[in-house]
Ligand binder design. Sequence first.
Ligand code: SAH
Length: 266
Amino acid sequence: MAPPRGDASAAAEEAMLAQLEKRPVCTILIIIAMQTEALPVVNKFQLVEDPNTVFPEGVPWVRYHGVYKDLNINLIWPGKDPSLGVDSVGTVSASLVTYASIQALQPDLIINAGTAGGFKAKGACIGDVFLASEVAFHDRRIPIPVFDLYGVGLRQALSTPSLVKDLNLKVGKLSTGDSLDMSPQDEATIIANDATVKDMEGAAVAYVADLLKVPAIFVKAVTDLVDGDKPTADEFLQNLATVTAALNETVSQVVNFVNGKCLSEL
Ligand code: SAH
């Protein structure tokens, strides 16, 4: 007897995913929120800005692309806010560009790269580059059963044990919220999330990647220590240039490692 339709399509989807895991990664989507973080990666891989945008007309989102070894690399930067001229950081832009980029480019793997705040109590130092094992939100408080879990929105990153070992990366949990500073409520949730690093995009990228079933990894370089004694904004700006260089180096190593490998080999 044929299985009920739901089972059949679930089985077909599983078979397709298993098949995908057996062929080398071909198209990668790198999502980076800030221009200062993105340009070194653009230059390193000699990516060029796409003159025929795959995005709706008028949006500030920028796609840089190029072929590197066996990979088709797309780097998406959400661009400058049209009215204020600053980088479009945060979860709203991040989720929109992730959605539009997946629809347009059908990537095999997403790499969300960027800077982050780190917790020295959890072993983070300025300039460390972390690979996130899991990501969650810390500013979506909904104290109603089950909605509370929806708010936290915990998601696993693609498991990449070989990548972690080969590149000798630090691994930690990432917590995302739409503020650079940290309120006492945010702090309590970040502690509950057991996070080592804190950013403004990761969990939003993870949400969309999970919805559309694209594996994602998160590479986060520490610009400031949230539990240190310097004001976050000053420390962030002071370290941005040097830490961005470390981020670029690690993203390059990750791309080189991914080249020629299947998802299951990562
Ligand atoms: N004043 C900065 C603002 C950037 S917002 C500017 O030069 O425009 C900070 C960006 O870096 C976000 O994309 C966020 O993901 C990341 N980030 C770095 N440190 C952070 C921290 N302590 N908390 C949250 N996000 C942080």
